[in-house]
Design a protein around this ligand. Structure first.
Ligand code: HH2
Length: 258
C-alpha cells in the first residue's frame, strides 16, 4: 500500500502533495512502482495534528480521485462517514479508519452499504493525547482484544467480514517497546482471521531507536516491514514503494514464495 497525504502537516510528506496535480502524479508514480493499492489521506494523524472537517477533506480528495486517468485501487484514510461515502461513490474500494469506527459511528454503515473493504486500526486515545505515557499490561493481548471487538462491531453494522483488514496502529499511543512487541506479535493478531496491515514507514520509533531523522528512515522502515511480513502481516503501508517492492521481491524469491 503506497501512501499519498494531501495535507499540509503530515509528518513525512506534509505539503508536498497538497495541490491536486502533484497528488495525482504521485499516485500514478506509486502505482507504476508496484503499489497494489494507494491510500489517500486529507487529514494528518500525527500527534497533536489539526482536525480537518469533512468538507475540507472532500475538497482535497475529490479532485485527486476524479483527476486520475487510470486509477489504481484506492484506499481513503478517513474517520468521517461523509468523506467515506463520497469517495466510495467515486470508485474508492477501501476505507482506512484509524479510529476503527469510533470517531463517526455511521462510517461502518456507509462501508457496509457500499460493500466496500475496511481497515480497522488500534489507537490508544486520540491523536491529541495518544503519546501521553501510554501503558499496557500486555500490549499484544490488549490490541488483539480491541481489534476483535471492532471487527464484531463492523460485522454487526453489515460490513462483509471477508473485506476487513486489521492493523495494530504502530505509533498510535505506543512506546518503542510496545511497537516492537506488536511487530513481533503480528502472528497473534493474524490469528483473528483477518489480513494484518502494518504501517511503520518513516515513523518516530526509528528516531527513538536509532536517532534517525524522518528522511533517514528508509532502511529501518523496509527492515521492519519485512520483519512484519515474515511474521504474518499481509500488507505494508509505505511512502517508499519502489524500494519496498524491491525488498519484498528479493525476500520472496529467497523464501521460495515468488
Ligand atoms: N499511519 C499513519 C496514518 N494512517 N493508517 C493505518 N491503517 N495504519 C497506520 O499505521 C497509519 C495509518 C501515519 O502516517 P502518515 O500517513 O505518513 O502520516 P500523517 O498521519 O501525519 O499524515
Amino acid at each position: 500500500m503506497g501512501v499519498v497525504n494531501i495535507t499540509l502537516d503530515s509528518f513525512s510528506d506534509g505539503g508536498r502533495y497538497v495541490d491536486a496535480p502533484s497528488a495525482i502524479a504521485r499516485v500514478a508514480q506509486l502505482a507504476a512502482e508496484g503499489a497494489a493499492i494507494v491510500d489517500l489521506g486529507a487529514e494528518s494523524t500525527r500527534p497533536g495534528a489539526e482536525r480537518i472537517g469533512a468538507a475540507e477533506q472532500l475538497g482535497r480528495l475529490l479532485p485527486v480521485i476524479e483527476g486520475l486517468s487510470d486509477p489504481p485501487p484506492l484506499s481513503i484514510d478517513t474517520t468521517r462517514a461523509e468523506v467515506a461515502d463520497e469517495a466510495l461513490r467515486r470508485g474508492a474500494t477501501l476505507i482506512n479508519d484509524v479510529s476503527a469506527g469510533r470517531d463517526d459511528p455511521e462510517l461502518l454503515e456507509v462501508v457496509a452499504d457500499h460493500g466496500a473493504d475496511l481497515c480497522l486500526m488500534h489507537m490508544r486515545g486520540d491523536p491529541a493525547t495518544m503519546q501521553h505515557a501510554p501503558r499496557y499490561d500486555d500490549v499484544v493481548a490488549e490490541v488483539r482484544a480491541f481489534l476483535a471487538e471492532r471487527v464484531e462491531a463492523a460485522v454487526a453494522a453489515g460490513v462483509d467480514p471477508a473485506g476487513i483488514l486489521i492493523d495494530p496502529g504502530i505509533g498510535f499511543g505506543k512506546t518503542l517497546q510496545h511497537n516492537l512487541a506488536l511487530l513481533a506479535g503480528v502472528g497473534e493478531l493474524a490469528g483473528l482471521g483477518h489480513p494484518v496491515l502494518v504501517g511503520v514507514s518513516r515513523k518516530s520509533m526509528f528516531g527513538a531507536m536509532l536517532g534517525r531523522e524522518v528522511h533517514e528512515r528508509l532502511v529501518p522502515s523496509v527492515a521492519a516491514g519485512l520483519a512484519a511480513l515474515a511474521r504474518g502481516a499481509s500488507i505494508v503501508r509505505v511512502h517508499d514503494v519502489a524500494d519496498t517492492v524491491d525488498a519484498i521481491t528479493v525476500w520472496q524469491a529467497v523464501s521460495g514464495d515468488a
